[in-house]
Design a protein around this ligand. Structure first.
Ligand code: ZN
Ligand code: ZN
Length: 396
């Protein structure tokens, strides 16, 4: 049987490496691929290794001067002095950074191409999802914005409406900014409030530019948000707006730094809830986008316990070979973790006990309480954008 799901992977992706003291260690990517292999999921997908995006492709989103600056920093990392965000603490320059970053972009464009042309139903690039990169500068560990280049490629090749959903704990600011005034692109970001977390943006009142009102959607949840409120936020905003928008294709960013063990943010989310969110977006692609789905990675800084399991679930779901969260983590993967990192890995593919599954999420239709911070955040977003899509903010 022909594989209907394409995964982008190449060992060259681990060259996207800001150095040993930077939180975004490339080990997370290699561990994810190894876990997929050990789970038997790698056999269920078509694996392709991408080339390096051309400057012309990058320039569909990024300005030429910025690309030249990345190339210069890539050749001579010591010359990067913080201009255009390069050579900063968040985005240190490293040799080969242009090629490593442009390879990630090409990977995302390749899966967009496969999904759009119908060669594949779903495409996964967990090395991509670099949502903070701006048209003119690096930001937040992101050099080139593979997501925006992928979405622009879809628009340039016939897509009329692209829906983008971002469940990374940080606001998807780069993608939102690039398509701020483009009515063909719906961007939805569910994140920790900018009051507490980088990049400090993404408020309910930010709804898109004058030609595209309602096509930027932001849910800013309080620090400490747990499974039930997080899933409620996703499930009571995302499917409604996406259905009203009626996209040709769904692109989603699955940063897993919402997890309770993540060192950079302050949510309290389990692997099991992340798995459910991945499933929700998969279902949404089938229900609202004719099954056309491009799923990307993003943030995630607990490199051993969290990232590999979360994106292994994502890939398995996309491969229509889901792995239950009570499945034991394969012994060979745990052996590798022990040998390489000198520590134990997680015993099962989820965090919660079987008795706590499925996670109970109160449907919005059962009512809401504006005195609860989670409900207040959801309601603020619904009030800001639902009427622009002909939807009722108060009741489902
Ligand atoms: Zn993030
Ligand atoms: Zn599917």
């Amino acid at each position: 049987m022909a594989h209907r799901t394409r995964l982008v992977w190449d060992d060259g992706f681990t060259a996207y490496n800001f150095g040993p003291s930077h939180p975004m260690g490339p080990a997370r990517l290699a561990l994810t691929t190894r876990l997929l292999d050990n789970l038997g999921v790698l056999d269920q997908v078509e694996v392709i290794g991408p080339g390096v995006a051309s400057d012309d492709l990058l320039a569909t989103v990024h300005d030429r001067d910025y690309i030249a600056a990345v190339r210069a920093a890539s050749l001579d990392p010591d010359s990067a002095d913080g201009r255009r965000g390069l050579g900063t603490e968040d985005d240190p320059a490293f040799a080969g950074m242009h090629e490593a970053s442009a390879r990630i972009v090409q990977g995302t464009v390749d899966v967009c191409d496969a999904v759009w042309s119908g060669e594949a139903d779903h495409g996964v690039n967990y090395c991509g999802g670099l949502h903070h990169a701006m048209a003119t500068n690096a930001a937040g560990f992101c050099i080139y914005n593979d997501i925006a280049v992928g979405i622009q490629w879809l628009l340039d090749h016939g897509a009329e409406r692209v829906a983008y959903v971002d469940i990374d704990v940080h606001h998807g600011d780069g993608v939102e900014r690039i398509f701020w005034n483009d009515p063909r692109v719906l961007t939805i970001s569910i994140h920790e409030s900018g009051r507490a977390l980088f990049p400090g943006t993404g408020w309910p009142a930010d709804i898109g530019g004058p030609d595209a009102r309602g096509t930027a959607v932001n849910v800013a949840l309080p620090p400490g948000t747990g499974d039930s409120d997080w899933l409620r936020a996703i499930e009571s905003v995302v499917p409604h707006v996406v259905a009203a928008f009626d996209p040709d294709v769904l692109v989603s960013q699955h940063g897993c730094d919402s997890h309770r063990q993540d060192p950079l943010a302050h949510f309290s989310i389990s692997l099991d809830a992340q798995r459910r969110a991945h499933e929700c977006l998969h279902r949404l692609a089938h229900d609202q986008a004719g099954g056309k789905w491009v799923a990307l990675g993003g943030g995630g800084y607990e490199l051993v316990d969290v990232v590999p399991r979360s994106w292994a679930h994502l890939t398995a779901i996309a491969a229509h070979a889901p792995v239950s969260s009570t499945t034991a983590v394969p012994a060979e993967w745990l052996d590798h973790v022990r040998e390489t990192f000198g520590r134990e890995g997680p015993p099962t593919m989820g965090d919660l006990a079987e008795k706590d599954l499925p996670i109970w999420v109160r449907p919005w239709g059962m009512g809401h309480n504006p005195d609860r911070p989670g409900d207040a955040a959801i309601l603020a977003t619904r009030q800001a954008v639902f009427p622009l899509h002909g939807l009722d903010p108060w009741f489902d």
